[in-house]
Design a binder for this molecule. Structure first.
Ligand code: UD1
Ligand code: UDP
Length: 365
């Protein structure tokens, strides 16, 4: 069997790596790894960590790339790879433009497509933008849907997907997170400062397109206020490489004493910092899934989430992007030990670390 595994961004790589490694360990399977290179440095770090070398690298990233440019370049390159290698199945994960392009290319070539992390929905096609639409469109063409949770399966059933095309597998991101947390990890000086900080550690990540502009400015203002109000608090902010995001964060937070504005952390140190953190503020999908495994409360700085399982389990809270609201919710957790204890519980609503095995079993069947 020939499998074409497609990825292009940091989360694609993290969530596809366990599937690729699992398939590579199975006899009789040839796994061809295609990177669109939608991301560069942030992707390469992850691939190095998992020791996966792409067989094909489309290297499409351009600074200031538009969604359409990314989609066109990825679609064309994946199309050529399918034509050349004639895979039995194409696999990609989640909701990035790389993933949508992979599903469309497979459909046009009448090749089976398996969607890893299928069925996540907010119900609002513009939020998150463009991810909700990417995953909806990917779901329309997919033949095999690997739903991480029962709720994701139900979303697909509600849209008319046949039950026998859906497998509830857990999220491969949890496989990756549990693996990386056990790996040796080299920290730089700023990361060591965070780990060794004698007080409390606040980890912040923000990058979503619907948060660009005013919402990102409000998020940065909230971070600044929290840093000023709690003098035992170190705020660690690994900035996404996207120039729009970096500018917004830098213009408001640069030069603050206990705010570490830094480059994207490699996956292993990032995980150690996540485990060390007392509180996480994020708009990231992956971080929302990982943090509950480590018992760290998460405030989700978004208006919607396609990952309500953490909220329902009481370990994550949707707080939007209003400065006052973010500050008030964070303050509550930093001052009320009962409220904090209620959220700081290690639960795994997104997976048990065995998702890749289940996906590989199904693909081979
Ligand atoms: C993309 C995904 C988003 C995912 C996020 C994870 C789409 C439409 N968006 O958003 O779903 O949550 O990745 O991080 O697929 N850049 C670099 N180096 C890198 C990565 C990015 O310089 O390693 C810069 C480039 O200037 C690039 C820009 O960031 O043009 C934007 O990258 P892009 O992939 O278009 O969007 P993201 O915001 O990263
Ligand atoms: N991550 C990382 N370094 C960072 C920030 C995040 O390795 O500095 C990891 C994080 O552990 C998670 C993934 O990147 O697995 C999430 O990626 P991102 O937030 O970029 O995308 P999303 O999940 O929102 O699509």
């Amino acid at each position: 069997m020939k499998v074409l595994a497609v990825f292009g961004t940091r989360p694609d790589a993290i969530k596809m790596a366990p599937v690729i490694l699992e398939l590579q360990s199975r006899p009789g399977v040839q796994t061809i790894c295609l990177s669109t290179g939608q991301h560069r440095e942030m992707l390469d770090q992850v691939m190095t960590m998992f020791r996966i070398k792409p067989d094909i690298d489309l290297n499409i990233m351009q600074h200031g790339q538009t969604l359409a440019q990314t989609a066109c370049r990825a679609l064309e390159g994946i199309d050529q790879a399918i034509a050349e290698h004639q895979p039995d199945i194409v696999l990609a994960q989640g909701d990035t433009t790389t993933t949508f392009a992979a599903s469309l290319a497979a459909f046009y070539r009448q090749t089976t497509f398996g969607h890893v992390e299928a069925g996540l929905r907010t119900g609002n096609k513009r939020d998150p933008f463009p991810e909700e639409m990417n995953r909806l469109m990917t779901g329309l063409t997919a033949d095999l849907h690997f739903a991480p949770t029962r709720l994701a399966r139900q979303n697909l059933l509600n849209e008319g997907v046949n039950d026998d095309q859906i497998w509830v597998t857990g999220n491969t991101g949890i496989d990756a997170a549990l693996w990386i947390a056990r790996q040796p990890c080299k920290m730089d000086d700023e990361q060591n400062r965070a780990i060794d900080w004698p007080g409390r550690l606040l980890l912040v990540t923000a990058h979503r397109r619907e948060n660009w502009g005013e919402p990102m400015a409000r998020i940065a203002d909230a971070v600044a206020q929290l840093s000023t109000q709690f003098d035992d608090l170190l705020v660690f902010v690994p900035m996404h490489r996207n120039p729009t995001v970096r500018e917004a964060l830098k213009s408001r937070l640069e030069g603050m004493d206990r705010v570490v504005l830094t480059e994207p952390a490699e996956y292993a140190p990032f995980t150690q910092i996540m485990k060390r953190a007392d509180l996480i503020l994020t708009d990231s999908g992956g971080v929302q899934e990982e943090a509950p495994s480590f018992g760290v409360p998460v405030l989700v700085m978004r208006e919607t989430t396609e990952r309500p399982e953490g909220v329902e389990a009481g370990v994550a809270k949707l707080v939007g992007t209003d400065t006052e609201r973010i500050v008030q919710e964070a303050k509550r957790l930093l001052t009320d030990s009962d409220a904090y204890a209620a959220m700081a519980r290690a639960v795994n609503p997104y997976g048990d670390g065995q998702a890749a095995k289940r996906i590989a079993d199904t693909v081979l069947r």
